[in-house]
Design a protein around this ligand. Sequence first.
Ligand SMILES: Cc1cc2nc3c(=O)[nH]c(=O)nc-3n(C[C@H](O)[C@H](O)[C@H](O)COP(=O)(O)OP(=O)(O)OC[C@H]3O[C@@H](n4cnc5c(N)ncnc54)[C@H](O)[C@@H]3O)c2cc1C
Length: 147
Amino acid sequence: MRLPDSLPIVTVTEGLLGENNTWYAQGGIAAAVGPDDDPNLHLQDTVAAGAGLVDIDAARVMAERGPFAVRWLLKQGTDFDLAGHVLALDHEAAHSRRGTLHAGGDATGAEIERALIALLRSRKHITILEETIAVDIARTEFSAAGA
Ligand SMILES: Cc1cc2nc3c(=O)[nH]c(=O)nc-3n(C[C@H](O)[C@H](O)[C@H](O)COP(=O)(O)OP(=O)(O)OC[C@H]3O[C@@H](n4cnc5c(N)ncnc54)[C@H](O)[C@@H]3O)c2cc1C
């Protein structure tokens, strides 16, 4: 959705829009957005909670990019729960700081999905194909050329 409007884009989804894991996520979305939090701490907590199974490079990208992603979702109209005039941040799971956002209480994923689907439908250069499965990525030597 961040690709320029000048590019024709086709997005495919195996089921209907909104039939995915994101819709069902209830426990909130965690990112280092609190005043006393920082991505390095978020990374350390993630690695510690992962009991040796964490891909550290992937976790680092998530910890560092998470705050930007949350701000981007807010900009797209995701209605996260507030405490007064600021984002309500809960303390969840293995995080050592309060940094978990919810929407509609336990409807976090559904609210993210609602905002993203509205954005997707508003973009005239994006064609949506539901109940369509991508079976392979066509590649050139260095890049993807299609699906
Ligand atoms: C019940 C439940 C509760 C959860 N709670 C939380 C939570 O509280 N907090 C949290 O952070 N995480 C939670 N998770 C995990 C979280 O939902 C997922 O990690 C996240 O939604 C993954 O997002 P995604 O965009 O990668 O995948 P998805 O949201 O699953 O989207 C993938 C999409 O790709 C489509 N697709 C896949 N392959 C193809 C193909 N070959 N062709 C066409 N379409 C295809 C699928 O149909 C789907 O629409 C929960 C998951 C579940 C199931």
